[in-house]
Design a protein around this ligand. Structure first.
Ligand SMILES: *[C@@H]1O[C@H](CO)[C@@H](O)[C@H](O)[C@H]1NC(C)=O
Ligand SMILES: *[C@@H]1O[C@H](CO)[C@@H](O)[C@H](O)[C@H]1NC(C)=O
Ligand SMILES: *[C@@H]1O[C@H](CO)[C@@H](O)[C@H](O)[C@H]1NC(C)=O
Ligand SMILES: *[C@@H]1O[C@H](CO)[C@@H](O)[C@H](O)[C@H]1NC(C)=O
Ligand SMILES: *[C@@H]1O[C@H](CO)[C@@H](O)[C@H](O)[C@H]1NC(C)=O
Length: 366
C-alpha cells in the first residue's frame, strides 16, 4: 500500500467526520421548531388558561389518566398527535403558548384550543379561534426577534414545521344548528370554512412559515355524539356530506397555495380514511371497539359527560382506553392518536402526501 492512498483515505475520513460534526452542531433535527395550531385534536392545555366552561375543557379526571396520570387539558386519555410528532422529531413536549413565560423558547409553541374553528363565530367567546391563534403566533415571533435578534428568529420561523388541525368545530357547530342551512348551502358553508383557513395560512406564510402539516377532515357524522343524533346508530349523513365536501375543497386549496406561494410545502394525512378504517374494522388495528366512546354515557357513549363536570354527573369509564378508538363522545383515544402520528411522520402516498413530516423536518428546505 502506497503512502498517498493512506493520506487520501485519512483525509476523506477526517473531512467526513469534521463535516458531520459541524452539521450535527448547527443542523440537528431538533433545531427545527414545531408550531401547533387548531382545535381539540391539538390542544395541549391552552383552554386551561382562558375563561371558558367545562364543555371546552379537559382539566379534570379521567382525562390524562393513561400517560400523564393527571389532567393536562388534553382532551383524551393520554398524549395527542403533536406529542408523538415532537418525540419523533427529538423535541421536548411542546407547551401551550399561553403557558410560556416571556423569554423562554423551548422548541415551539402550541396555540390550539378545544372548540376552535376557522370561522370566528364558531363557539365565539369560549375558545381561541384560528385568527386569534395567528395573532398570538405573530406576538411570539416579535418576542423571538427581541430576544434572539432578527436573523435567528427568522431562521426559526423559516425552518419550523407548522402542524394544523382546524375546521371540525365549524361543522360540529352547524350540525347542532341545522336551521343555518336554510340560509346558506352546505357547499357555500364549506367554502367559507376553507376560505378562512386559506387566509390564515397565507398570513402565517407572510410571517415566514414554509412547511405545513395537515390532516383531512375526519368523518364528522361518525363521532359518537353525532352518530347519536342520527337516531338509528348510523353515521349522520349530513356530517359525512360536510366531511366529503371539505375533503374535496381543502386539498385543492393546498395545491393552489403551493403553486402561488414560493417555497410553500405541505404534508396532508388522510385522517378521514384512516379513522373510517378503524371505526369499521377496529380489530385490524388492535382495538376492540371502533364506534363507542370509552368514557361517557348514553348510546355509543355519545353523551358528552366524561368526567361528570358538564351538567351530567353520572358517566362510565372503560377499564382500558387503548381498546377504544374514541375516548369520549367527540375525541379520540391516545392509541388512535399514536397510530395516526406514525402515519403522519413516515407514512407514504396515498395516506400521507405529497411529503410526510419526517421529510419536512429533515430537509432544512425541501
Ligand atoms: C454554527 O453556529 C455557530 C453559532 O451560531 C457559528 O458561529 C458557526 O459558524 C456555525 N458553524 C457552521 C459550520 O455553520
Ligand atoms: C368568565 O366568563 C363568565 C361567563 O361568560 C363571566 O361571567 C365572567 O365574568 C368571566 N370572567 C372573567 C375573569 O372574565
Ligand atoms: C370567512 O368567513 C366569513 C364568515 O365569518 C365570511 O363572511 C367570509 O367570506 C369568509 N372568507 C373567505 C375568504 O371565505
Ligand atoms: C338510518 O337512517 C338513515 C336515514 O335517516 C338511513 O339512510 C339509514 O339507512 C339508516 N340506517 C340503518 C342501519 O337503518
Ligand atoms: C415510522 O416511525 C415510527 C416512529 O418513529 C417508527 O416506530 C417506525 O419504525 C417508522 N417506520 C418506518 C418504516 O420507518
Amino acid at each position: 500500500m502506497s503512502t498517498p492512498n493512506v493520506h487520501i483515505l485519512f483525509f476523506t475520513i477526517f473531512t467526513g467526520l469534521l463535516l458531520s460534526t459541524l452539521c450535527d452542531i448547527n443542523q440537528t433535527q431538533n433545531d427545527v421548531a414545531l408550531f401547533i395550531f387548531g382545535d381539540a385534536l391539538n390542544d395541549a392545555g391552552t383552554n386551561n388558561y382562558i375563561n371558558t366552561t367545562a364543555f371546552f375543557r379537559a382539566n379534570f379526571s379521567p382525562y390524562g389518566e393513561t400517560f400523564f396520570h393527571y389532567p393536562t387539558g388534553r382532551i383524551t386519555d393520554g398524549r395527542i398527535m403533536a406529542d408523538f410528532i415532537a418525540e419523533y422529531a427529538k423535541l421536548p413536549l411542546i407547551p401551550p403558548y399561553l403557558q410560556l413565560k416571556n423569554d423562554e423558547f423551548v422548541g415551539g409553541a402550541n396555540f390550539a384550543s378545544i372548540g376552535a374553528g376557522a370561522l370566528p363565530e364558531t363557539f365565539a367567546g369560549f375558545v381561541v379561534d384560528f385568527k386569534t391563534q395567528r395573532k398570538q403566533f405573530e406576538s411570539l415571533v416579535k418576542n423571538l426577534r427581541d430576544n434572539l435578534g432578527d436573523e435567528k428568529a427568522e431562521r426559526i420561523v423559516l425552518d419550523g414545521v407548522y402542524f394544523i388541525s382546524i375546521g371540525l368545530n365549524d361543522y360540529v357547530a352547524v350540525l347542532n344548528n341545522p336551521a343555518l342551512f336554510q340560509s346558506v348551502s352546505m357547499e357555500d358553508y364549506v367554502g367559507m370554512v376553507v376560505g378562512n383557513i386559506s387566509t390564515v395560512l397565507e398570513d402565517i406564510y407572510k410571517v415566514g412559515a414554509r412547511k405545513f402539516g395537515f390532516t383531512t377532515m375526519l368523518p364528522v357524522g361518525c363521532l359518537p355524539a353525532i352518530r347519536l343524533a342520527s337516531g338509528n346508530g348510523s353515521c349522520l349523513r349530513q356530517g359525512t356530506e360536510l366531511s366529503n365536501l371539505h375533503n374535496a375543497a381543502f386539498p385543492a386549496t393546498l395545491a393552489k397555495l403551493e403553486s402561488q406561494l414560493q417555497g410553500f410545502k405541505y404534508s396532508l394525512f388522510d385522517l378521514y380514511t384512516s379513522l373510517t378504517e378503524r371505526i369499521q374494522h377496529p380489530s385490524n388495528y388492535g382495538f376492540k371497539d371502533g364506534e363507542t366512546a370509552c368514557c361517557g354515557s348514553g348510546p355509543y357513549g355519545g353523551d358528552y359527560s366524561c368526567g361528570g363536570m358538564r351538567g351530567v354527573r353520572e358517566y362510565s369509564l372503560c377499564p382500558n382506553p387503548a381498546e377504544y378508538v374514541f375516548f369520549d363522545s367527540d375525541h379520540l383515544s391516545e392509541r388512535a392518536y399514536h397510530q395516526f402520528a406514525q402515519l403522519i411522520w413516515n407514512g407514504s402516498s396515498p395516506t400521507t402526501k405529497p411529503y410526510n413530516l419526517e421529510a419536512l423536518f429533515k430537509h432544512g428546505n425541501v
